[in-house]
Design a protein around this ligand. Structure first.
Ligand code: ADP
Ligand code: ADP
Ligand code: MG
Length: 721
């Protein structure tokens, strides 16, 4: 741990330069904390427990039925069962567990109950210390319209827009005209980007308004449909300030974070300090953030989010998140502080451990930090979420003792990423003396990561780290769209990748079914034995997606092979006399081979899925997805043929609604079914023109990936002339 971490100052000396110290006789109550219930799951529960343990606070974790075997439920002094999968939201149950077990305080983490003022109030009523801001500050900030009124009164600039209660369609349209298009519609209760719509022109306004209202109402409940209309900033950056306040009237700004790299208005990458920011603007942001916190009597950790217009360099208050945030480790890396420790101290009534000047001194020494969120999703397929079992998750431990690399995660090999919750698998946080060093380091750490079983954004993140515009700090919220071509540029898969994959597979096959006369694995026989395998390229980043490649492996001497790779339209390439060895580690085969002039080490992970065997290979820090093709006879034997026209669920999901009726004629691209998976709605569209024969599921049904949702009528037989 870095030496400046957790520097303690004598209590009386902690007077802050910018503080408006509490005056008068009413001194805040001081209650040392001894026990806490962590009302959350995954990486954040594990992370909070770590600090609690370090401080000697006895932590209790909780778990739902689907999470019973999860990693977080094995952390803490004890772990208690909550019941069904939505029980992390069951405030009453959680409070009663805390009381029954004599637990003094409750830490909500983020998400779930963290920004629910009623719950915070209830904790206080029941005599449980809520590790978070006062319910009143939460209520003020939780409402996007009210918070903007408060900010305007406190001289904090807000995005021009209409934040009032009047909600008539025509009235809002009139307001949008006044603000001038493009505008952004947002729910007053918004969060997680739900119910948000960009409206470019007047004509789109009413339909977009209706759809935003419906989505917001479904996501946030009654009152969620109340909309704000804001000026849409065309080239915005998301810059937020981490603030901390105590009950003594002190407020500090712990620097800012740029979170502009987003998809679907949700953060993927966060960094501090924000690149390419004038020092004057930076100081102004910090001051405005402190003003914002003071305006609502804030206590504890909070984040004031601003939107910065790249075209004018002006910034506006967007919202305040009244909790610890997913990206708080970035701030911890550049300040050398433990924010959860600060939360516990503030909740116990202590004053802030450091002054603004001391925090700034730390930041001057610590350089830059970046966090990447590792999600179960398919960036190359529109960031479609994925879920399932992590067959193999190797998030390298070779950086474990490196103080500049931090991994916060809640899942391991064998864990299941459930569609019931957020799809974030891990967070990787890296520090460097400069931003450039931090980016380079992040990429090198990511290159060691191996995740098989669910799709992740790891390959995408590596590409992001290599994108010149990102390295230059030219970030904006539209970054991914703007640089889409570079980020998703198809790559060529080299023959060596197929050769190594074939060596891995053949060694695995020989091990389970050694041919006559050949000892286990690649034994010491000199007999020539040749095996053929065929792969289909499944990789979304590949130039050759769908390509079929054949590789034959012939053993010519002990541990010596000739591998011939045959691809359509090219001469077969033979790699002769390759010395190769392999090792099995659980599901992973490590293959190390001496090619002409290069020693190549790869990890090959076969995985059987219903009818197929998927092969994932990691080579030179890049992941390639392949499918092992069954031998021809096998294919015929099993009568594998194209299933008649149907549409299947692309991921485990809940059906929200069918958009069509049986017997209806549809055009290619028409919406068929709306599904929800991992907090996200996805519209399944028709792959073809046709007539709906059957709708296999109704709203509310839970489906596995691959479940047929819609069946089409057979094409009418075209009569032979
Ligand atoms: P930020 O904290 O930067 O605003 P998000 O809004 O994405 O980032 O993160 C907070 C949200 O993430 C919460 O509203 C919650 O729904 C979700 N979330 C992510 N991971 C988890 C998790 N492990 N447990 C509970 N909620 C989570
Ligand atoms: P949420 O509660 O879902 O986090 P926010 O109001 O914080 O919603 O906005 C989320 C994201 O949407 C921002 O990070 C930014 O990318 C984008 N955004 C919000 N307001 C605007 C605006 N007025 N113009 C352009 N983009 C915006
Ligand atoms: Mg936000």
């Amino acid at each position: 741990m870095r030496s400046i971490r957790n520097k303690r100052l004598p209590v009386r000396a902690r007077y802050l330069s910018t503080a408006t110290a509490a005056t008068g006789s009413a001194q805040p109550k001081q209650t040392p904390l001894n026990s806490v219930l962590i009302a959350n799951r995954g990486e954040i529960a594990i992370r909070i427990n770590k600090t609690a343990e370090r401080m000697g606070i006895r932590a209790t974790t909780v778990y739902t039925d689907v999470d019973a075997a999860s990693w977080h439920a094995s952390s803490g002094f004890q772990s208690l069962a909550l019941g069904p999968s939505n029980a992390y939201l069951d405030g009453d149950k959680i409070i009663s567990l805390a009381k029954k077990n004599g637990i003094q305080a409750l830490h909500p983490g983020y998400g779930f109950l963290s920004e629910n003022p009623k719950f915070a109030e209830k904790c206080e009523q029941e005599g449980i210390v809520f590790v978070g801001p006062p319910a009143s500050a939460m209520a003020d900030m939780g409402h996007k319209a009210r918070s903007k009124e408060i900010m305007t009164d406190a001289n904090v600039p807000c995005v021009p827009g209409y934040h009032g209660a009047q909600q008539g369609e025509q009235f809002l349209l009139e307001k949008a005209r006044e603000i001038e298009f493009p505008v952004l519609l947002k729910s007053v209760r918004g969060g997680g980007g739900k119910g948000m719509r960009i409206v470019m022109t007047e004509e789109e306004f009413i339909p977009q308004l209706n759809s935003a209202m419906a989505e917001a109402r479904a996501s946030f409940g009654e009152g969620g449909e109340v909309m704000l209309v804001e000026k849409y900033i065309v080239r915005p950056r998301h810059v937020e300030v981490q603030v901390f306040a105590d009950k003594w009237g002190n407020t500090v700004a712990l620097g800012e974070r740029d979170c502009s790299v987003q998809r679907r208005h949700q953060k993927i990458l966060e960094e501090s300090p924000a690149p390419e920011l004038d020092e004057e603007v930076r100081q102004d942001l910090w001051n405005k953030a402190r003003q914002a916190a003071s305006a609502v009597g804030y206590v504890g950790a909070g984040t004031v989010e601003f939107i910065l217009d790249k075209d004018t360099n002006k910034f506006y208050f967007m919202e305040m998140n009244t909790r610890l945030q997913v990206e708080h480790p970035v701030t911890e890396m550049v300040t050398g502080l433990d924010l959860v420790e600060w939360q516990f101290r503030v909740a116990a009534g202590e004053s802030l451990p450091l002054t603004q000047a001391e925090v700034e001194e730390n930041m001057r020494q610590l350089g830059a930090a970046i966090e990447a969120r590792i999600y179960a999703e398919n960036p190359e397929k529109g960031f479609l979420p994925d879920s399932g079992k992590l067959v193999h998750a190797y998030l390298s431990s070779s950086f474990e003792s490196d103080p500049d690399v931090r991994l916060d995660w809640g899942f391991k090999s064998g864990s299941t990423i459930s569609e019931a919750y957020d799809g974030m698998i891990a967070k990787l946080i890296v520090r460097g003396e400069t931003r450039e060093r931090a980016i380079a380091k992040m990429e090198s750490v990511l290159r060691k990561y191996q995740v098989v079983g669910v799709s992740t954004n790891v390959e995408f993140l590596k590409r992001l780290c290599q994108t010149p515009a990102f390295i230059e700090g030219d970030v904006e919220t539209g970054f991914i769209d703007k640089w889409r071509d570079a980020l998703f540029k198809p790559r060529h898969i080299k023959n060596e990748v197929f050769a190594q994959a074939a060596l891995g597979i053949v060694s695995k096959q020989l091990q389970s079914a050694p041919p006559q006369g050949l000892s286990l694995g690649f034994g010491s026989q000199s007999a020539t034995s040749e095996r053929k395998v065929a792969f289909k390229v499944m990789d979304g980043y590949s130039k050759e997606e769908g390509e079929v490649v054949e590789a034959s492996v012939a053993q010519t001497a002990p541990s010596i092979f000739t591998i011939t790779v045959t691809r359509k339209g090219a001469e077969p390439e033979a790699f002769s006399n390759i010395t190769s060895s392999h090792n099995n580690h659980g599901d992973v085969v490590s293959v190390e081979s001496f090619f002409l002039g290069e020693r190549i080490k790869s990890s090959v992970v076969p995985q059987s899925l219903e009818n197929d065997i998927k092969i994932t290979i990691f080579q030179h820090g890049i992941k390639t997805d392949l499918m092992l093709l069954p031998p021809k006879w096998y294919e015929k034997e099993l009568g594998l043929k194209e299933v008649s026209a149907s549409v299947a669920a692309p991921m485990p999901c809940k059906v929200l609604k069918n958009e069509v009726e049986e017997g209806q004629k549809v055009k290619k691209g028409a919406p068929l079914v709306v599904i929800e998976s991992m907090k996200m709605e996805t519209v399944i569209r028709s792959p073809q023109d046709g007539v709906i024969k059957k709708l296999a599921h109704k709203a509310g049904d839970i489906c596995k990936a691959g479940t047929v949702l819609v069946m089409f009528e057979e094409e009418p037989e075209t009569k032979e002339p």
